[in-house]
Design a protein around this ligand. Structure first.
Ligand SMILES: Nc1ncnc2c1ncn2[C@@H]1O[C@H](COP(=O)(O)OP(=O)(O)OP(=O)(O)O)[C@@H](O)[C@H]1O
Length: 261
């Protein structure tokens, strides 16, 4: 006996996926609209593509718990949503940043107030109300706005801003919220191609800056494969392919969007 302690285990376990859908089905009545398994690794940017009705929004809804699976499990930020307490669900939702085509900004409030709303998941009611009168931690919000080149718009009423500027306000709000996972449901579908590209590049930069993960549904196949690390093709609720963006070809696109004969 040497009396030596056993060797320490030094190899760290790989970090768990930030999102995991395992054997998930979603049924409405007798109709199964999703039957899929997929995952998003930490720091990964994943695009969901596929024709209308393929199940992209359903996957995003499952990921934040707003859609309940009929069978299977959804684990988001380490919490299995079906088994979570309300408190755990609140914590998961505070860790998710959401970007919609509809930006959920409050038009009559100044841009900085809207950016500051990124804090709300962490702040209690009184701090949130006080901040409506005078933005608290305004320096954090201003820094986020500066990152997106809209610092000088801080005092402007949000409804006076252009669509592109409002998109930047919504992205600055994500920076302030500092979520581990960003879910974006067709964030660029109302924009012209140039603006769509700029907004997607900004979204990707915001995600990469904070080492966050992204799951984004997109109709633009080319933007999906150029901005994201991985592309998942969904069709009629099934995963048709799940590939590194560099391996996705025009043939995958054509097959995915092929109209039924
Ligand atoms: N609450 C619901 N009740 C019944 N059917 C639903 C419900 N929500 C979604 N569906 C159906 O589920 C299928 C998938 O819808 P989903 O919105 O996920 O598709 P999508 O790929 O996001 O489509 P799009 O690109 O048009 O937004 C569709 O056929 C839709 O009609």
């Amino acid at each position: 006996m040497t009396g030596m302690a056993p060797a320490q285990q030094t190899t760290a376990a790989p970090p768990a996926n930030v999102l995991e859908l395992k054997d998930v089905t979603v049924r409405y009545g007798t109709r199964t609209v999703l039957d899929a398994s997929l995952s998003v690794a930490p720091g990964q940017k994943v695009a969901l593509v596929g024709p209308s009705g393929a199940g992209k929004s359903t996957v995003l809804g499952l990921s934040n718990g707003s859609v309940t699976p009929s069978t299977g499990t959804v684990t988001t930020l380490g919490t299995e949503l079906g088994a979570a307490t309300r408190r755990q669900l609140r914590a998961v939702r505070a860790g998710i940043g959401t970007v919609h085509q509809r930006l959920d900004l409050v038009g009559p409030l100044s841009a900085i107030h809207n950016v500051n709303a990124g804090h709300l998941g962490r702040w209690g009611l009184w701090k949130s109300l006080a901040s409506l009168v005078r933005p608290l931690e305004g320096d954090v919000a201003l820094a986020a706005m500066a990152r997106l080149g809209i610092e000088e718009l801080a005092p402007t009423r949000t409804e006076r801003l252009s669509g592109g500027e409002q998109q930047r306000v919504a992205l600055a709000r994500i920076i302030v919220q500092d979520p581990a996972l960003v879910l974006a449901d067709e964030p660029i579908s109302s924009l012209d191609p140039q603006r769509a590209r700029v907004v997607m590049d900004l979204l990707a930069a915001v995600v990469a800056d904070g080492d966050r993960s992204l799951l984004v549904s997109l109709h633009d196949f080319d933007i999906a494969r150029s901005v994201c690390d991985r592309v998942i093709g969904l069709r009629q609720g099934h995963v048709v392919f799940d590939l590194p963006a560099g391996e996705v070809t025009d043939a995958h696109r054509d097959e995915l969007y092929r109209l039924p004969a």
